[in-house]
Design a protein around this ligand. Structure first.
Ligand code: NAG
Length: 383
């Protein structure tokens, strides 16, 4: 039965109120996940947390404190894009990440920011998912555009500190695992996978720069969508296509598990990573791990105020000496054990030619529980 205009307006208003209340409730909920288990004394330890979004999650995962400051020491934080659209507070989230990036640098940690299809949509004037509340919170659409243009603070930050794909290593040594991060799926048929991630990021950067060079496209709606900017190359258009790493869903969505694992293997060999991690295709209940964690999809729909569960991916990597001896690697600073919880007692060093027990633990963290997705151990020699 069709709703009357009045009933529909009331319905929409109700949905908005529920979403806003929900957001506030969640962002103020206390962090409750278990703290990660400490590394053995003398071990090298690197923790990585990857999130789809938001303050609530960052607190839950022990990345920020109550006042929203970095408290994660040498941890690596990866955010997989789509910080914008469908909500109200995109402005605050970008500002938070900008500040965290600097705070993390100072603390010896790192923030890795990935661009999603929604960042590109905004840059291209495709504002179909931008809410009026967001525009109002931003101070009007003119201010929003001014901030996003390459001459504005956000446009400059996107161009300087965000990328379409990233390869993140858990130590400075080749024996340690690397992971790929991109918002959408990687496909073995995407022609610009290698060199990874340089080629993808080169195309992503030139397209973004083109879109953000003033004057930016007038927002659609109400204006007509103009498509990719004048001068866009076929390679850039391919990057922004359904097959590209901003939009593709293949590894996340394909029901054929065997096929997915086969494709994942091809990609992992090609780009030299242990796991392929991304967002874009939400599962509202849990983080999705396929092929024994070779493919991990971490979008649980938090960013959309849709009511997905709060979640974060946590990877804890340790190298624990098999026995003493060996030569300290030239020019390497001693590694601090335990990230945020480190004290002087826990100082450890990695030594060349020495054998280590390597352990890589992968967890999905939720508000009230933590699930182990993978736990891999082997012995490695640093070279
Ligand atoms: C990029 O991040 C660094 C901190 O890592 C910061 O100092 C710099 O201002 C940022 N660049 C822009 C253009 O925001």
């Amino acid at each position: 039965m069709p709703m009357s205009t009045g009933a529909r307006a009331l319905y929409v208003a109700l949905v908005v109120v529920v979403c806003v209340v929900f957001f506030f409730e969640r962002s103020h909920k206390k962090a409750q996940a278990d703290l990660p288990s400490p590394a053995p004394p003398g071990a090298y330890r690197q923790r990585l947390v990857a999130v789809g979004d938001l303050h609530g999650v960052l607190q839950m995962a022990g990345i920020i404190d109550d006042k929203h400051h970095w408290k994660a020491g040498s941890d690596i934080l990866v955010q997989t894009g789509d910080e914008i659209d469908r909500g109200t507070y995109a402005l605050d989230i970008y500002k938070l990440f900008q500040r965290l990036r600097t705070e993390a640098d100072v603390a010896g940690g790192r923030v890795v920011s990935i661009l999603g299809n929604h960042e590109y949509m905004n840059a291209l004037g495709d504002w179909r998912y931008v809410t009026n509340a967001d525009i109002k919170h931003w101070g009007g659409y003119k201010q929003r555009i001014a901030d996003m243009e390459s001459t504005g603070w956000l446009g400059a930050e996107w161009l300087a500190n965000y990328s379409v794909a990233a390869k993140v290593s858990m130590s400075p040594y080749d024996v340690s695992p690397s992971y790929s991060f991109s918002h959408g799926s990687l496909s073995p048929y995407f022609p610009f996978l290698t060199p990874f991630p340089q080629k993808i990021n080169e195309l992503g950067h030139s397209l973004l720069e083109r879109a953000l060079t003033p004057p930016m496209a007038e927002p659609h709606p109400p204006n007509q969508y103009e498509g990719l900017p004048k001068g866009t190359t076929p390679e850039e258009a391919e990057l922004y296509s359904q097959r590209g790493p901003l939009w593709a869903r293949g590894l996340a969505q394909s029901p054929d598990e065997k096929q997915v694992c086969k494709q994942a293997n091809t990609i992992r060999d090609k780009i030299g990573v242990r796991r392929i991690i991304g967002g874009h295709t939400p599962n509202f209940e849990h983080i999705v791990s396929r092929c024994n964690g070779d493919v991990i999809v971490i979008d649980t729909g938090i960013s959309y105020a849709y009511g997905g569960v709060l979640s974060a991916l946590e990877i804890i990597y340790t190298l624990d000496p098999v026995k003493d001896g060996g030569e300290m690697l030239a020019g390497q600073r001693p590694f601090v054990v335990g990230g945020a919880a480190a004290d002087v007692e826990g100082l450890g060093v990695l030594v060349k030619g020495k054998e280590y027990h390597e352990r890589e633990e992968v967890f999905a963290i939720y508000e009230h529980r933590k699930q182990r997705l993978a736990d891999e151990k082997r012995t490695v020699t640093l070279s």
